[in-house]
Design a protein around this ligand. Sequence first.
Ligand code: 1CP
Length: 355
Amino acid sequence: MKNDLALRAARGEKTERVPVWVMRQAGRYLPEFRETRAEHDFFTICRTPVLACKVTLQPIERFDLDAAIIFSDILVVPQAMGMVVEMLPGKGPHFPEPLNTPDDIGRLNKPVNVSQELGYVFDAITLTRHRLEGRVPLIGFTGAPWTLMSYMIEGGGSTTMSKAKSWLYRYPAESHKLLQLITDVCIDYLVGQMQAGAQMLQVFESHAGILGPGLFAKFSLPYIRQISRGVKEKLSSRKLDTVPMIIFAKDAHFGLEDLSQSGYEVVGLDWTLRPQHARARTGANVTLQGNLDPCALYAPEVELVALVKAMLEKFGTQRYIANLGHGIYPDMDPERVKTLIDAIHSHSEYMNSAK
Ligand code: 1CP
């Protein structure tokens, strides 16, 4: 491994500079991605290991990033469970037949054979590991159960998630049943990704904030915990080393203490949290990841560098992986991403040398 900074930071080992990667680093803000995307449908890229590998490597070839994340989508899990998901241009994901009532749970595949349904992701990971040649670690990922459940019921993006939330109030037992089915798939899926070569695993609970503390404690956190425990138990029963796991629960400021004790080595933060408060609330035993406002990339270059320096001063250089507080947007300038990465590296090296 030529650059294992991100893994060392995740394990709480000393790092000479702060590692950085960017959520959605492979995506439409890159002209080379748009070129590939013009030729192939979104899920065709996900399902074709040479294409998924190619776009995973695009940002690695362009920037001095410290980790790659396999190109895929969280919605491949509902697909593996038997649901149809389309990616509509300019609109995002669309489920033509979402789950309308708990009876629809009966339509889902169970149990799901992940090697059969998601083997293409495992193949893409193995190929990408080879092509990376140890340059940087490769991150695998899954959506967390509540976030996936919300898409399966809403049928796409939603601002209120009122359909999915209505299940939690009207059909709590059936909601738990669905969340458990999804959790079982997520565990096998992450273990499979790790066996295929993923060196770190991120769980995206992108829709945590909309739940509020009460629903989060009942319908999100228990499954997030089950995933870290389940993955680690399966790996150790197969005599495999565990890999660091990252939990990113967006807007779940109310759950930060619980998240820091949920079995993950790294807690991802969105930009609404103050770094020093987050440190104080999570303690010394987890690594933090984040949390620059993605829109800071619209600022003039000097301003962006100042924001990066301020962020580093607040987080410190250890037990820290720099990232944005959410994914990068398609209209952002790749040159600013270079500025971001280079500023994180140079300022953190300066901070470490000044000690
Ligand atoms: O580079 C990378 O980060 C890897 C690729 C990646 C990842 C990690 C993609 C490609 N999607 C994801 C995760 C993902 N997908 C999340 C979790 C992260 C987050 O909170 O953003 C979520 C919520 C999704 C669902 C999804 N897929 C949306 C959001 C829909 C909504 O309104 O709620 C969208 C727009 C997609 C499509 C998608 N996924 C990825 C890309 C590059 C795109 C753009 C589609 C295209 O190219 O047409």
